[in-house]
Design a protein around this ligand. Structure first.
Ligand code: CUA
Length: 212
């Protein structure tokens, strides 16, 4: 079980100081060069070999390569953890994105959450349990995005994307399509309602007994 929000914070916390240091270095170097070598009257404009510094440039490239390698390793490591399928998922949900609605099916139960008229579809899940999603698009590329859990994944018409998510606390989370997909893209929302596992079991039984 992977807490995507926590994993996101871990990666972001690693990137932020690197980004700040790089910004200060680049801005500082640019400022220094502007002041130090600005054109002054009577000054020789011929490029001079004096200003070439091979060891410094090699060190710069090597430093850059080390930073990139470290950040890539961390990012791919976290991505790998997020992609590892849960061994004992509590639930599987099939997601279908289409212009411009979301449909959530619960395989083996016959329950399907269809988009209601002019309102976002509600995805009901048990809180604190791993949910395994299988996502597809019925037409163009869409993007399943739940900002609160710091997770988004593109959905395609030609293959199924698998991912796990845990909604830690009961509550309502907003879901958004994060890939421009046509005229109504900005209205392509869904709601995630995370409820206690017991309440989820009751909801599922109710929906099976009385299909909407
Ligand atoms: Cu679907 Cu934007």
């Amino acid at each position: 079980m992977v807490d995507t929000r926590h994993e996101y914070a871990r990666v972001a916390d690693a990137y932020l100081p690197v980004a700040l240091v790089v910004f200060v270095l680049v801005a500082g170097a640019a400022g220094y060069c502007l002041l130090r070598w600005r054109v002054r009257e009577g000054r020789d404009l011929e490029p001079s070999r004096r200003h070439q510094n091979a060891p410094l440039e090699i060190a710069y490239v090597a430093g850059l390569a080390i930073v990139v390698a470290a950040l890539l390793t961390l990012t791919l490591h976290v991505e790998g953890r997020e992609d590892a399928s849960a061994r004992q998922p509590a639930l599987r949900v099939d997601v279908t994105a289409a212009q411009w609605t979301w449909t959530f099916a619960y395989p083996g139960t016959g329950v399907v959450q269809e988009p209601p008229e002019d309102r976002p579809t509600t995805l009901v899940v048990p809180a604190g349990r791993t949910v395994v999603f299988a996502g597809r698009s019925a037409d163009v590329i869409h993007d399943f995005w739940v900002p609160d859990v710091r997770f988004q994944r593109q959905l395609f018409p030609d293959h199924t994307e698998h991912f796990d998510l845990v909604f830690a606390k009961p509550g309502t989370y907003q879901g958004i399509c994060a890939q421009f997909c046509g005229l109504e893209h900005q209205n392509m929302h869904f709601d995630v309602r995370a409820v206690s596992p017991a309440a989820f079991a009751r909801w599922l039984a109710r929906r099976q007994a009385a299909p909407a």
